[in-house]
Design a protein around this ligand. Structure first.
Ligand code: IPE
Ligand code: IPE
Ligand code: MG
Length: 244
């Protein structure tokens, strides 16, 4: 009588532990950010080849601006370098790339340009949508949606969860099915708050720079063993009920 769970449609990763990875090696924190690139590329390929259609990666939060400016500068430079290096392969592999957040004027203009170019290059790709949450805050997205809704002059009694969600950035993004947060920390840190409402969570101890396809597959296995009920008494199948 087992319920058949399918591969999660939308997997999101809170890529945490770069600083601790570097500290363990007596290296500067930024060495951890540099080492994170290999994990990112491995996970993108693992998700794609597992049949995940939506992958979201938390790369920089609205709160991460609090970090020392030297660390932030190097992070921005590393992201730019990675985009320039991997854009062709992401495109060849049929990955549509989008960046969620991206409103702060402190993001360097050349990086904004490279991100725009990557989004334009890959916009018609169909195999998987990669959303990089960059200068992202879940609460900010909800506030922005509220502003947009008010501007649309929707009468209050016509506001529903579904109509509200249409005002979120990238409103076509489905709810997150599985969140992976590496490094053992167990908190949301303001990540895609609306979209994770009914996600399953796993907290592998491994630090992000060491995270590889095999770890990703273990997380998918853990997900497949879960029973999702969405408040009901019997488990829902993947094709069945979600929140929306
Ligand atoms: C995650 O690693 C990367 C970003 C938040 C940009 P951290 O830099 O948070 O690493 P820890 O948590 O200090 O180990
Ligand atoms: C969350 O990690 C943000 C990213 C992974 C980009 P943090 O390391 O910044 O979160 P806290 O400070 O532990 O909540
Ligand atoms: Mg951290």
């Amino acid at each position: 009588m087992g319920v058949v769970m399918a591969v999660p449609r939308h997997v999101a990763c809170v890529m945490d532990g770069n600083g601790r990875w570097a500290a363990q090696r007596s290296l500067p924190r930024t060495a951890g950010h540099e080492a994170a690139e290999a994990a990112v590329m491995d996970v993108i390929e693992a998700a794609r080849s597992s049949g995940v259609s939506w992958l979201s990666l938390y790369a920089f939060s609205t709160e991460n601006w609090r970090r020392p400016s030297g660390e932030v500068d190097i992070l921005m430079r590393l992201v730019r370098r990675a985009i320039r290096k991997h854009a062709p392969v992401l495109h060849t592999r049929g990955i549509r790339c989008r960046f969620l957040g991206m409103t702060d004027p402190r993001i360097p203009a050349p990086l904004v340009q490279d991100i725009t170019d990557l989004m334009t290059l890959t916009r018609d790709n169909k195999r998987m949508t990669l959303t990089v949450a960059f200068d992202h805050g879940g609460r900010r997205d909800i506030v922005e949606a509220a502003r947009s809704l008010i501007r649309s002059s929707t009468p209050a009694d016509q506001v529903t969860e579904a109509s509200f969600a249409e005002h979120l950035p990238y409103a076509d993004t489905p709810d997150v099915d599985l969140v992976i947060r590496t490094s053992g920390e167990q908190r949301i840190s303001n990540f895609m708050l609306w979209q994770v409402a009914y996600a399953e969570w796993v907290f592998p101890k491994v630090l992000w720079p060491d995270f590889r396809a095999a770890h990703f597959c273990e997380c998918l296995d853990a997900y497949l063993r879960r029973q999702r009920r969405f408040g009901d008494v019997s488990p829902a199948t993947m094709t069945g009920k979600g929140l929306r």
